[in-house]
Write a protein that binds this ligand. Structure first.
Ligand SMILES: NC(=O)c1ccc[n+]([C@@H]2O[C@H](COP(=O)([O-])OP(=O)(O)OC[C@H]3O[C@@H](n4cnc5c(N)ncnc54)[C@H](O)[C@@H]3O)[C@@H](O)[C@H]2O)c1
Length: 264
């Protein structure tokens, strides 16, 4: 189950966090993985730890030429691309009155333009491999619970993730209509303990006016009925599943992995 033998994946923002754990699980599942990020040293270390099954290439997801180079490097290293994971993202943690237009442009460039460019620039490689594989190629987009329900912490982040949610469904429909054999699905994590998870606690503490990050973490925990916050492995397993042929009949879907947060 959930095997990726012979598959090649390109994962954006995989130097650390959810992306790095996904790269690890994918290599364990038999895939070869290209890690793209702006954190070059961390990204190289992450790839090195995974051995011959992984390579690192610098990738700023907001830059078309970086995507082009990353796709070329992945194809040169591993022979093509079957799986794209649009994982790179940023969290702002500011309300409407605090956020500036420049901050919005940066957020939108990474969380929205980055997903558009990743999809567009890897598309020829994904189509090429889809022709000769039994169930085709796959794209997995990292949305969020904040792409399904509103976020009191960061309405601008929520706007970008809501965009990713419907971009996922729309590209799934477009590629199906065109017969490309590329499935597109999204993942919707609750609060996951990563650097970004920590940023959400800091933002919550600021909103509380206490700047007590431990208290903010406790409050975040109470919003997850399952009784704990998420870890990267919880999300990476879902990404591997959506990327694998076990999800062959899934496209345009959203997989919610949130400890019950949005069930309330
Ligand atoms: N952690 C959570 O609670 C949570 C919840 C819901 C959704 N998500 C989503 O999951 C994804 C991964 O988040 P994470 O928690 O691992 O965060 P993280 O901050 O630990 O990792 C994000 C990675 O993206 C990279 N990145 C940032 N800007 C980039 C750019 N311009 N080009 C390339 N790489 C860039 C960072 O360097 C980092 O390696 C994001 O899309 C995030 O929005 C996270």
């Amino acid at each position: 189950m959930n095997r990726l033998d012979g598959k090649v994946a390109l994962i954006s923002g995989a130097a650390r966090g959810i992306g790095a754990e996904t790269a690890k699980l994918m290599v364990e599942a038999g895939a070869r993985v290209a890690i793209g990020d702006v954190l070059d040293e961390r990204g190289r270390d992450t790839a090195r730890a995974l051995g011959d099954g992984a390579l690192y290439h610098h990738l700023d997801v907001t830059r078309e030429e970086d995507w082009s180079d990353a796709v070329t490097a992945t194809a040169a290293g591993f022979g093509g691309i079957d799986i794209l994971v649009n994982n790179a993202g940023m969290f702002l943690g500011k309300g409407i009155e605090e956020a500036s237009v420049d901050e919005w442009h940066r957020l939108a460039a990474i969380n929205l333009t980055g997903v558009f460019l990743g999809t567009k620039l890897t598309l020829p490689a994904l189509r090429e491999r889809a022709r000769n594989s039994e169930y085709g190629s796959a794209i997995v987009n990292l949305a969020s619970v904040a792409g399904l329900v509103g976020s009191q912490l960061d309405p601008l982040y929520s706007m970008t993730k809501g965009g990713v949610t419907l971009f996922t469904k729309s590209t799934a429909l477009e590629f199906a209509r065109k017969g490309y054999r590329i499935r597109v699905n999204s993942i919707h994590p609750g609060v996951i303990q990563t650097d970004m998870g920590e940023q959400t606690f800091t933002a919550r503490a600021r909103n509380l006016g206490s700047n007590d990050v431990d208290d903010a973490r406790r409050i975040a925990l109470t919003t997850h009925p399952i009784g704990r916050l998420g870890v990267t492995n919880d999300i990476a397993k879902g990404i591997v599943f959506l990327a694998s042929d076990d999800a062959a009949f899934m496209t345009g879907a959203g997989l919610v992995i949130d400890g019950g947060l949005t069930a309330q």
